[in-house]
Design a protein around this ligand. Structure first.
Ligand SMILES: [Mg+2]
Length: 256
């Protein structure tokens, strides 16, 4: 299926028709190891979720929530085409180490490009498949993926300031509800302070700010300013060095 061009998609989304036409999908797909997984627009419009086959098998574990663009894949600005996917160096190894350590890896991604009509959920899923295919070649997989297509300045039914959109904690809270992961011992990694804000609002133990993507000095300062007695903030040049420093994997050293 060809990707939607911006004008065509904009017209469809203006009426909410595009979002609603694909809203009732709840279909199985092939996940890590060839297992069947459920992926769906859970609210019919802008909240997309892919859970593992046995979500509650992760119950009680501390997870690492990962932002996607600028952390796992290069920031290209509204990534809507699989051919534009480029894994950031070390991201696959970082995720593979977490996989081996039994740490649930949960991708939480804002997708305002959908609200803005730049691409649709079909294109998003194609991008996700390509990301996960490439991760798979490095022995890495994502245990769950949650995406928010809403944005306050979006089109039609997607023009909502939604709690799933980071800095809101909605995606993290939903993942915890679905999978039973222990938020109080979990961390989030992101290139923007709003990723860490979502983590703090969800009651996570801490946030890892990485200097890839949009992770410049200003974002680093904003991230560090979120630190509190209840929320640790650490910084790293990229996901791999940060994950190893967090001590969540056998190769990593304790952070303090
Ligand atoms: Mg990002």
């Amino acid at each position: 299926m060809p990707y939607f061009t911006r004008p065509r998609n904009t017209a469809a989304l203006r009426s909410g028709a595009q979002a609603n036409r694909i809203s009732s999908r709840r279909r199985p797909a092939t996940g890590p190891g060839g297992r069947r997984v459920e992926m769906a627009l859970v609210d019919g419009v802008g909240c997309w979720r892919r859970l593992p086959p046995a979500p509650l098998s992760f119950s009680g574990r501390r997870a690492l929530f990962l932002d996607r663009d600028g952390v796992v894949v290069s920031e290209v600005g509204y990534l809507g085409r699989p051919e534009d996917v480029a894994l950031i160096d070390g991201a696959g190894r970082a995720i593979a180490e977490l996989n081996r350590a039994g740490v649930p890896v949960v991708l939480v991604t804002n997708q305002s490009g959908i609200a803005r009509g730049y691409y649709d959920w079909t294109a998003f899923e194609a991008v996700q498949r390509e990301i996960e295919r490439r991760l798979g070649t490095q022995g890495a997989h994502l245990d769950a993926v949650l995406a928010c297509g809403y944005h306050a300045e979006g089109l039609g039914a997607l023009a909502v300031d939604h709690p799933w959109r980071k800095p809101g904690p909605g995606m993290l809270l939903d993942a915890a509800e679905q999978m039973g992961v222990d938020l109080a011992s979990s961390w989030i990694a992101g290139d923007q302070a709003r990723d860490l804000q979502a983590g703090r609002a969800a009651g996570l133990a801490g946030g890892l700010h990485v200097a890839t993507g949009h992770g410049d000095a200003a974002q680093g300062r904003a991230a560090r300013a979120l630190a509190s007695p209840a929320f640790q903030v650490t910084t790293a040049t990229d996901l791999l060095s940060g994950v190893l420093a967090l001590g969540m994997t056998p190769l990593g050293a304790p952070s303090c």
